[in-house]
Write a protein that binds this ligand. Sequence first.
Ligand SMILES: NC(=O)c1ccc[n+]([C@@H]2O[C@H](COP(=O)([O-])OP(=O)(O)OC[C@H]3O[C@@H](n4cnc5c(N)ncnc54)[C@H](O)[C@@H]3O)[C@@H](O)[C@H]2O)c1
Length: 325
Amino acid sequence: MQIRGKNILVIGGAGFIGSFVVAELLKEGAGKVIIYDNFARGKHENIAESLKDERCTIFPLGGEVRDTDVLDEAMKGVDYVFHLAAMWLLHCKDFPRTAFDVNIAGTFNVLEACVRNNIKKLIYSSSASVYGDAVEVPMSEEHPFNNKNFYGATKIAGEAMCTAYNDRYGLSVIGLRYMNVYGPGQDQHAVYSGVVPIMLNKIDANESPTINGDGSQAYDFIYVEDVAKSNVAALKSDTKFGYYNVGTGVQTTIKTLCDTILKLKSSALKVNYKPYSADDARALVKNRIGSTQKAESEIGFKYQYGLEEGLMRLIEWRKKAGIGK
Ligand SMILES: NC(=O)c1ccc[n+]([C@@H]2O[C@H](COP(=O)([O-])OP(=O)(O)OC[C@H]3O[C@@H](n4cnc5c(N)ncnc54)[C@H](O)[C@@H]3O)[C@@H](O)[C@H]2O)c1
């Protein structure tokens, strides 16, 4: 698919990953990039740079995925849609009903509006959460859906509806299962923050970073700009339907992550180990690394930034933003 000159709606475009998708689409020569976001977690500062480009606008009539008529209006004259709006993991745990309304009903609304407006391709942000605990490392896209939490359940439901819309209406849709994403623009202080900002905040406050368990739990950390590029690759590829892991395939334990951050910060702080809470011990996924093969061969996506380089970029951004040292 061609991006140059095309009109593209980015739902959740003011968020952490969405704002990078917006920037990539502008670089790729999109005709118009319209941001659709209710700013529940999105921020104006994430998109300030992109909005300087006259091709980029915020949809003026609203940006809520639960408003079907507004969503329908926003898709008028649009060629492609990226759907990244969602409530995040821990938020879903605390507010399952809202998680249902936003992540499941909201995705249904997006699909319905896509069909009504003859959208040529939809790129749906799924998550590696669909897999739950690993029975194989790295996980291929055929890995069983072992997820047990509300967030993962909403992503499984989202994918199932994408599949049904593809089958019933021929809607072109690619679902991307992101591994652990980190980088500039991620909320560094929210209660619902990821492990990387939490560790950086501790170290910047000159406090020992804390690791739950023995630190052997391992994940696949991918830099946000790479994730945005996977979205662009999915759109550009000739592939009309499918689900793909978006990761590096590199297994990083939490202990290694912590040691790497301490090294990059030239910090001599000692790591604090604490036992898992009963809830985490039961529910936390402890080993999730994605195979990158299918995304490489079918949509031509391969990551560019290794962990150290990505972390360095994040640390630089935090300094400039006045968040870290
Ligand atoms: N960050 C990760 O590590 C990660 C991993 C796997 C999957 N994902 C998925 O990627 C997508 C983007 O994640 P992110 O990290 O950028 O999160 P984010 O919270 O920064 O971005 C989501 C955006 O959606 C918006 N939004 C939320 N509810 C909305 C609603 N009801 N209507 C309209 N807009 C709404 C928010 O304001 C925000 O700008 C999400 O679907 C998320 O589930 C993220």
